[in-house]
Design a binder for this molecule. Sequence first.
Ligand code: HEM
Length: 142
Amino acid sequence: MYHFIQKFHSGWAYLALLLLVIAVFNSFSGWFSKREFSAKDKKIGLFALIGTHLQLVIGFILYFTSPKGLDALGYMEDAEMRLTALEHPIVNILAIVLITIGWSRHKKAVASDLKFKSLFVFYMLGLVLILVRIPWKAWFSI
Ligand code: HEM
């Protein structure tokens, strides 16, 4: 069970990050070029929202099954354990809250530039937070 969830979380991260990067670029280009917000733009934002939310759900399951999750909270003097048991989950939850705020603000906005701006600012902040607290070493050592 643990190995499956761990591999899923590790593999899905590529897709979730790719969808998020595409949504950030797309919202920036829409905002910058002042074009109309289209159904395609909405879809791109929605896929990134779904991709990151699924990663969050897998992350929660992993937290309770991995030796580097809840069980590692007693080893906070170890930087790697602190990263996966505390920093990575907290910062990523915050990132996904920001992405969700960006999505709901874009839905409430009427003007195209405000929709693009909301998606760009909040998705970008979310992306940066995710990137600064990914366990890079563990990710690329498998
Ligand atoms: C978009 C959000 C997230 C991304 C992109 C992400 C990505 C990653 C990546 C790339 C790894 C390294 C995987 C490896 O060692 O092969 C990892 C590990 C881990 N993540 Fe996440 N994660 C996210 C959210 C979360 C959340 C919200 C939690 C917990 C509530 C979480 C819990 C963990 C745990 C416990 C590990 C260590 C797993 C292990 O090696 O046993 N993650 N994450």
